[in-house]
Design a protein around this ligand. Structure first.
Ligand code: HAM
Length: 416
């Protein structure tokens, strides 16, 4: 019986050619756009102390309660594979004493112990952005504009944006109380989980996917009714700024973001080509207390698996394999050894080149050249080595000619 150790774990996947080429294109586009916004890369460890996520994301969140891959190391410390990037980015920025004005992005794997399904993985990749600075509707609008530009640049202009606010910490008691009071009136219509959540975390009821609870939520007043006037004005200002940027956002009082660090603006983007897991990106403004310091900022993360799924659903294929300009074909052992040296010389001159060192027949080597999509094949045996030449064949037309070795690089790179 197979032990299964040679297949990836459930919810985790290998990523190689040809799909990786689409990932690389998406990442290259992103890096170019991020530079326009003066956002620089930050790479943080994948493994962090469990307490970092408990403090930053919030003890009561689903992510912390149910979805973290947590284990004890040999020294008895509790460690967790990062379930998201904001906590680690803020830790790293505090570590180097970064101030308001820091602008970073990260791109890499995140881990959540969720039940795998289409678009939901246990290891998935995020492109995240964090822009540190105090609350300002313009800063939030700029951050959303960056996310929107990335989605547009990749060809996902048909994503939809929902926008709302958490209000400030000062608003929270009124929001919780207001919501709890309304929900208590219809307690029996809520699922068992939500009845339990009602007292401690009434906001979590917003996240519940049960039809009964969704119906109850649809009948409740928008959360903004419980917010202070200033918080409502802040949200209006962000919405106005977005429309001045021609970004269409639907203000949605039912928008729930499952992370506790948010304050003020929150948002989520969905894409119509995705199935049940249609959130392609999410973000918001946050306030995180880190070792006596309060860090304020705004950011988002885009789920890259979902970007790829949406692109594939739109018929976007990975770019083709980069074909070598020339394939070196060897006749005999001496030519094989000389061609190894030649291959390195050509690559030093910037010429992409391939060869097959298996000592197979010329016919088999020509087949390999063809399969690799090489433009030219350069054939050398003892005779060519003695003459300082090679037989150069143009693969598409089949035309052949003799070329002097010192001209080969120029001919195959198209500059002669
Ligand atoms: P999030 O909404 O938890 O936000 O995740 C952002 C995106 O990551 C989601 O919209 C989704 O596309 C993708 N994603 C999340 N979980 C999975 C999964 N199990 N499988 C595949 N894709 C997934 C955050 O993580 C915040 N840190 C965003 C943020 C940055 N807020 C402020 N700064």
């Amino acid at each position: 019986m197979s032990s299964g150790c040679w297949s990836p774990l459930p919810g985790m996947a290998d990523l190689g050619p040809p799909e990786i080429r689409l990932w690389q294109r998406v990442e290259a586009d992103a890096r170019r756009i991020l530079a326009l916004y003066r956002v620089e890369e930050l790479r943080t460890p994948i493994l962090e102390r469990t307490s970092l996520f408990q403090r930053a994301i919030g003890e009561e969140t689903d992510v912390v309660q149910k979805e973290m891959f947590t284990f004890e190391d040999r020294g008895g410390r509790s460690l967790t594979l990062r379930p998201e990037g904001t906590a680690g980015a803020i830790r790293a920025l505090c570590d180097v004493g970064a101030e308001a004005g820091s602008r970073v992005f990260y791109l890499g794997p995140m881990f959540r112990a969720e039940r795998p399904q289409a678009g939901r993985r246990r290891q998935f990749h995020q492109l995240g952005v964090e822009l540190l600075g105090p609350p300002a509707p313009e800063a939030d609008a700029e951050c959303i504009a960056l996310m929107w530009r990335l989605l547009n640049e990749w060809g996902l202009a048909d994503a939809r944006l929902r926008l709302h606010t958490r209000g400030t910490a000062a608003d929270q008691p009124a929001v919780r109380e207001g919501l709890r009071a309304r929900l208590a009136e219809v307690r029996d219509a809520l699922c068992e989980d939500c009845q339990r959540r009602l007292d401690r975390q009434p906001l979590r009821v917003l996240d519940c996917k049960q039809a009964g609870c969704q119906q109850v939520m649809a009948g409740l007043p928008a959360l903004t009714t419980f917010l202070a006037e200033d918080s409502r004005r802040y949200l209006d200002r962000v919405a106005t700024l977005l429309s001045s940027l021609q970004i269409e956002a639907m203000v949605d009082g039912r928008l729930a973001r499952g992370l506790d660090y948010y304050e003020h603006t929150i948002w989520e983007a969905t894409h119509p080509a995705l199935g049940a897991q249609d959130a392609i990106a999410g973000g918001g403004r946050y306030r995180i207390e880190a070792e006596g310091r309060v860090v304020e900022g705004v950011g988002f993360a885009i789920g890259l698996e979902r970007v790829m799924m949406a692109l594939q659903a739109r018929g976007v294929a990975p770019p083709p394999d980069p074909a070598p300009a020339v394939w070196l074909v060897s006749v005999g052992d001496r030519a094989t050894a000389e061609n190894l040296v030649l291959a390195e010389r050509l690559r030093s001159a910037g010429v992409p080149c391939g060869a097959d060192w298996s000592g197979r027949s010329v016919k088999a080597q020509m087949r390999a050249a063809h399969k690799a999509g090489a433009v030219w094949a350069a054939v050398r045996g003892d005779k060519e080595l003695a003459a300082g030449t090679c037989r150069l064949k143009h693969m598409a037309s089949g035309e052949e000619r003799t070329v002097a070795m010192d001209e080969l690089a120029a001919v195959v790179s198209g500059s002669a």
